[in-house]
Each structure stands twice: as structure tokens, then as C-alpha cells.
Write a new protein. Structure first.
Length: 304
């Protein structure tokens, strides 16, 4: 037997009242904050932080490249980058309070340059093809499981560690939602904004100048020259992440672009490139733009 219509009508006000209570509860516990933002200082910080990230990854990989190393060298860079990313994500509100471009510089510039998806794919590919079919499959699965497992563990360890350290700071504070408001850099830019632009320009010019005159370290210096280009591309593609909340479209596109480029460079490094400058450029592009380990160095495109 169906319920009387009067009962259905009587339930509608309670439903609407519940929705209004939920909205009021959200408003009560969430703080809306508007932040003035200019793209120019963000670009300056991205340039400087990406160069730092490239150097950290290259040197960490070189430091752990020796006979009998217990794990593949790239794992250390992936671990460090994900650890810093976890700290950065958990400290998001604090970094926003300090200086918004700083969050972008650390997360996209520094961490994005220390970690590398394309080099993870290439290392897995090399493991599969170098050890035969049976052993190669197991070696590839080992690369995948260890890299993903350690990266996820490092990220959550960084988050939990930061939450433990900063728990008193955020104890009685509301959750925050941010609205970024465009700002005219030339009219309203602060001294800190101009400082970020100057630092980014000086660091990049210094990298280009050293790459021209310092032949011995040219592969690494080329990596610092091309690194900011890859970071800026990754940052701009990241804007597409908001197009579909269920899937990071921009991050996926950046990873696929990097993988495509490193595939081409891998073939070139085993092909007809024979000049020292050509090998240095390939090494710089792979280390910098694609965030990958050096493919060749020196005359003759010799694999490292």
C-alpha cells in the first residue's frame, strides 16, 4: 500500500533543511582566501628550482652508479623527489601564507625535475630487453614494483612527518580554499616578485654561459639549460588537469611528451651522432628536458 501524499510533502522540508545545514557547516569550517597572482615571478622561480632539481637528480644518480650497487641508481632520485613533494603538499597552506609562487616552484619545479617518469619507463625497457624474455619480464616488473612502492612510501612519509611537526600550527585553523586573482606584475609586483624574476634570469644566463665556455662539464650544463624549458612545458600542461577532475590530463600529456622525446633521443644516441657537441646536446636534452639519465657522452655516442 502506497504512503499518503501528505507524508511525501512532509519529508521535503526536512531534506532541504539538511542540505542547508550541510552548506552552513562547510561555510563554517572552510575559509575562502583570495590570492593575487602574477605569472612572471612563478616563471622565475620555476627556472631556478628546475635547475636545482636537475643537478640534484644527476648527481644522486652518479653518486649511486657503481659496480655492485644494490638497487638501480635512479631510485634514489625518485625517493628524494617524492619525499619533498609529500612535505610540500602537506605544507601547502603554510607555503601559500609565505609566498604562493614558492609552492609552485618547489612542487612543479624542484620535485618535478628530481623525479622522472620517462627515465622510469626507459629503465624498465632496458631491463626487459637486456636479460632475455623470461628474466627480462621479471626484471621489468621489479623496476615497476620497487619504483612505485618506494615513491608512494616516500610521499606519504613526507606528508606524515610534516603533519607531525606542524600539527600544533594548524590545530585550531579552518580548512582553506583558494581563489587566484590575476595581478598586473608591472604595477603591483612586490620586491620579492622582482627578486624571483632576477634570480631566475641570472641563473639561466649563467647556465647558458657556462655551457658555452666550460667544455668538460658541458653535458650537465646543457641539462641545466634545457631543464627549465621542460619544467615550463610541464607547468603549462598542468593547467589541463582541471578539465577532468577524475584524471590528471595535463600530467599525463607531459609524461607522454617526455617519453616520446626520450625515445627519439635514445634512438639518436645509438645512431649516427658522432660529434662531441651532438652527444652533449643529446645528453643535455635527456637529462634536462626529458628528466632522464644521460644517454651518451663524448665522441661516438657511447652509451653510459
Amino acid at each position: 500500500m502506497s504512503q499518503p501524499k501528505t507524508d511525501e510533502k512532509s519529508t521535503q522540508p526536512s531534506s532541504s533543511s539538511n542540505q542547508s545545514d550541510i552548506i552552513e557547516d562547510v561555510i563554517e569550517h572552510v575559509e575562502m582566501i583570495e590570492l593575487e597572482m602574477s605569472v612572471v615571478p612563478i616563471v622565475g622561480l620555476l627556472i631556478a628550482s628546475s635547475i636545482a632539481g636537475v643537478l640534484i637528480r644527476v648527481k644522486l644518480t652518479e653518486l649511486n652508479s657503481y659496480p655492485g650497487v644494490p638497487v638501480f641508481p635512479l631510485l634514489y632520485a625518485q625517493f628524494v623527489g617524492c619525499l619533498i613533494m609529500g612535505i610540500c603538499v602537506q605544507s601547502k597552506d603554510m607555503l601559500f601564507d609565505m609566498y604562493y609562487p614558492l609552492y609552485v616552484g618547489i612542487s612543479t619545479g624542484l620535485c618535478g625535475s628530481i623525479t622522472s617518469f620517462s627515465s622510469f619507463e626507459l629503465a624498465t625497457f632496458r631491463a626487459v630487453i637486456n636479460d632475455g624474455i623470461g628474466y627480462g619480464i621479471m626484471a621489468g616488473l621489479t623496476h615497476v614494483m620497487i619504483t612505485i612502492g618506494m615513491s608512494v612510501a616516500a610521499f606519504w612519509f613526507g606528508k606524515d612527518l610534516t603533519e607531525l611537526v606542524t600539527s600544533k600550527y594548524w590545530k585550531n585553523k579552518k580548512k582553506r580554499m583558494y581563489k587566484l586573482v590575476p595581478m598586473d606584475f608591472r604595477k603591483n609586483g612586490s620586491k620579492l616578485d622582482f627578486g624571483c624574476v632576477v634570480i631566475g634570469a641570472i641563473v639561466w644566463i649563467a647556465a647558458v654561459s657556462l655551457a658555452i665556455v666550460w667544455g668538460e662539464q658541458r653535458p650537465i650544463l646543457f641539462a641545466t639549460v634545457f631543464g627549465p624549458v621542460g619544467t615550463l612545458c610541464r607547468w603549462r600542461l598542468g593547467a589541463f588537469n582541471s578539465a577532468k577532475t577524475s584524471f590528471p590530463l595535463g600530467t599525463f600529456a607531459a609524461n607522454m611528451l617526455g617519453s616520446l622525446c626520450i625515445s627519439i633521443l635514445f634512438l639518436l644516441s645509438h645512431g649516427s651522432v658522432s660529434s662531441v657537441i651532438g652527444c652533449d646536446i643529446i645528453a643535455g636534452l635527456s637529462d634536462g628536458f626529458c628528466d632522464d639519465e644521460r644517454l651518451c657522452e663524448g665522441h661516438g655516442a657511447v652509451e653510459k
